[in-house]
Design a protein around this ligand. Structure first.
Ligand SMILES: NC(=O)c1ccc[n+]([C@@H]2O[C@H](COP(=O)([O-])OP(=O)(O)OC[C@H]3O[C@@H](n4cnc5c(N)ncnc54)[C@H](O)[C@@H]3O)[C@@H](O)[C@H]2O)c1
Length: 194
């Protein structure tokens, strides 16, 4: 059975991801760590209530002890980090929480995953592990009426929100480049619908 630590999945995209995964896979465990900020809503997860393949944990991705204990309990194969402060307008009025959650929270998840998955002496990673960071196209900055972004487009964030997401991406890449951590970063544009 594959075991996932998924974060922020009482929010918009993450809750849809829970439904998608539970419909697609029988033999799976999704441990959903969400702080339930103003953006999280357990109503989004009503349809999976009572499903033993989904375990909800209310907590903060910045909480070292909590994330360590979840790794100890569940021996995760994958981490998928959806959790974020995600609204640009709010980042303009209060950017500090964006640094805490989006940057420090991501670094905490990376570090806890590294402790669980990495053999520092042998410099090897356990087989089949992966960390996936859900980022945003906004790390590339603004696009005019024409053109498109590519993976090779220089990072050029402007808002505190996109700067915090870009910073998190750099840490994810640094864990790959420095320690060889198996990672992916996705940078989707705006989502809508289920
Ligand atoms: N919605 C979009 O169109 C869009 C586009 C591109 C990228 N993204 C990215 O996708 C991810 C999910 O976006 P969304 O629209 O579903 O966001 P959302 O705001 O709907 O949900 C975010 C979730 O994260 C939780 N959360 C916030 N801080 C937390 C913390 N410290 N610890 C644990 N949980 C915490 C909230 O309670 C909430 O459930 C984000 O990382 C966002 O940057 C979203």
């Amino acid at each position: 059975m594959k075991r996932y630590l998924i974060t922020g999945c009482a929010g918009f995209i993450g809750s849809n991801f829970v439904y998608y995964m539970l419909k697609k896979y029988d033999d799976i465990l999704l441990v959903n760590l969400d702080k339930l900020t103003y953006a999280g809503n357990l109503e989004n997860l009503k349809g999976v209530e009572g499903d033993p393949r989904h375990v909800f944990v209310q907590g903060d991705i910045c909480d070292k002890e909590l994330v360590t204990s979840l790794f100890e309990q569940h021996d995760f194969d994958y981490v998928i980090n959806f959790a974020a402060e995600s609204h640009v307008d709010r980042s303009i009025t209060n950017h500090e929480i964006f640094v805490e959650t989006n940057v420090m929270g991501t670094v905490n998840l990376l570090q806890r995953a590294k402790e669980a998955w990495y053999d520092a002496e042998a410099k090897t990673w356990k087989e089949g592990k992966k960390y996936l960071q859900v980022s945003t196209d906004e790390v590339y900055g603004a696009l005019g009426a024409e053109g498109y972004f590519m993976e090779t487009t220089p990072i050029n964030p402007h808002s505190p929100y996109s700067s915090s997401k870009a910073s998190a991406d750099h840490f994810v890449k640094a864990f790959h480049d420095t320690y060889g951590m198996p990672i992916n970063i996705t940078r989707c544009s705006n989502n809508y619908g289920p």
